[in-house]
Ligand binder design. Sequence first.
Ligand SMILES: C[S@@+](CC[C@H](N)C(=O)[O-])C[C@H]1O[C@@H](n2cnc3c(N)ncnc32)[C@H](O)[C@@H]1O
Length: 283
Amino acid sequence: MNTWNHGPVEDYAELNRASWDERAPAHAASRDYAVDRFATDPGHLSEVVRFDLPLLGDIGGLRCIHLQCHIGTDTVSLARLGADMTGLDFSPASLAQARRIARLAGADVRFVEAAVYDAPGALGPELFDLVYTGIGALCWLPDIARWARVVAGLLRPGGRLFIREGHPVLWALDDPRPDGLLAVEYPYFEREEPMVFDEGGTYVETDAVFTHNRTHEWNHGLGEIVSALMAAGMDLTGLVEHDSVPWDALPGQMEPVGGGEWRLADRPWRLPHTYTLQAIRRP
Ligand SMILES: C[S@@+](CC[C@H](N)C(=O)[O-])C[C@H]1O[C@@H](n2cnc3c(N)ncnc32)[C@H](O)[C@@H]1O
């Protein structure tokens, strides 16, 4: 069930963390995350990071923080590309899986348990060359301006943000409808009130049954994201909108197009599916 709730804000972090803690082991066990491949193939990279490669470029030797790293498959992939990686997430169960996956991949990655807004305190005074984040990350944060200040505060002057994320137009769409129409149902712009969902299941194939299903989420418009970064002292260096997304975001209306990506089957040029944004902290 899906509820678009205008009621009082509950403790969003507690609810959301319980949902992620319960899903992390199921995600790590699902073939969609292909965790075994990290053990059997020393050159294996997550499909998400493989998609990023052309825009990401050479990250060898960069000190990189991956915000909202979940079970660490992308974090480990970035380590395999030569970056000195730290992953941060507020879900201890996700980080337990991330540490296990890094071990079996033979990757040297530091994982830190903290909420994004507490990241500067949790990580100490170290500044990073690269902040990497995305694919279902920003929707868990109520205040995009606060996020942008955290990102800027983690970067050394001249350091870079790389984010590929679900497009706010995609997040605003209604669940697939019997008539196949794409309908705008949820907020595009950031609102103080969360969208409250109560949904079993998850975005990977699994037989697991979940009980912590109530979540609070927020959308943030593309202009709001760019403006928040600029106000926080960042200069935009790239913004590319993509016609694919790395999960089946509109079940029944999307088709797999290879590399773990999905695209609207009918006239996909109507919909920006994801975007990659890059920005540099002003010197
Ligand atoms: C969709 S997952 C990210 C998925 C990741 N891109 C991947 O595919 O592995 C979202 C992650 O954000 C984390 N998260 C949500 N809200 C957070 C917050 N306020 N602070 C830190 N982590 C948070 C969750 O624990 C979860 O691991």
